[in-house]
Design a protein around this ligand. Structure first.
Ligand SMILES: Nc1nc2c(ncn2[C@@H]2O[C@H](COP(=O)(O)OP(=O)(O)OP(=O)(O)O)[C@@H](O)[C@H]2O)c(=O)[nH]1
Length: 191
């Protein structure tokens, strides 16, 4: 079973406690254990470091409110933070991070409030495009199907990344076994 870890960031922080939701699902022929982390109770300043989220999550959903420009500014800061080059003590981890970036989906929520819109669709789209993120606008209050599709979209991106990481792994145990075989095979012949 594949573990898929998703962090949902942004939002207004109404003071509810932080939550991790867990769900088993079946997608693209795979059993998945989906964990969704919603750090809603943390103040915005604390959210900025994102150190633990960056280590934990396979992907991010960043939500802003299209009727609130300050929430878009916060979403932008989160996108920039996630796309900052990651540092690690492990050399192969650095290469790994460079090779496959986290999946990020930027979501403009409260589309039902478009009559009081403060953030244009194009602005959201541009922020996403410039930072290699997916983008959509929806209304969590009125479009539960779109919300479901949004989660499926980011999970599929994460699964694609898993496949890419698997392919780009530089020297797996199989190739190491081949190498050892080759070396000892040759030696045996020459004795
Ligand atoms: N009109 C409208 N209101 C919404 C929509 N989505 C959420 N809200 C409202 O926005 C407020 C905040 O919603 P929450 O679900 O608590 O959002 P949040 O930003 O994640 O807040 P925390 O979970 O505390 O961080 C609530 O009053 C919701 O009813 C939407 O699509 N349209």
């Amino acid at each position: 079973m594949n573990d898929v870890k998703l962090a949902v960031l942004g939002g207004e922080g109404t003071g509810k406690s932080e939550s991790v939701y867990s769900k088993h699902l079946y997608l693209e022929g795979k059993q998945l254990n989906l964990e969704i982390y919603d750090p809603c109770s943390q103040p915005k300043k604390a959210k900025f470091s994102l150190t633990s989220e960056l280590h934990w999550a396979d992907g991010f959903v960043i939500v802003y409110d299209i009727s609130d420009r300050s929430s878009f500014a916060f979403a932008k800061a989160l996108v920039y933070r996630i796309r900052e080059p990651q540092t690690s003590h492990c050399k192969s981890c650095v290469l790994h991070f460079r090779a496959v970036e986290s999946a990020v989906l930027l979501v403009g929520n409260k589309q039902d409030l478009c009559h009081v819109r403060e953030v244009g669709w194009e602005e959201g789209q541009k922020l996403a495009l410039d930072n290699r993120c997916q983008f959509c606008e929806l209304s969590a209050a009125e479009q539960c199907l779109e919300v479901e599709m949004m989660f499926i979209r980011i999970i599929k991106d994460i699964l694609t990344n898993f496949k890419l990481k698997e392919k780009r792994r530089p020297s797996g145990s199989k190739s190491m076994a081949k190498l050892i075989n080759n070396v000892f095979g040759k030696r045996r012949k020459s004795v």
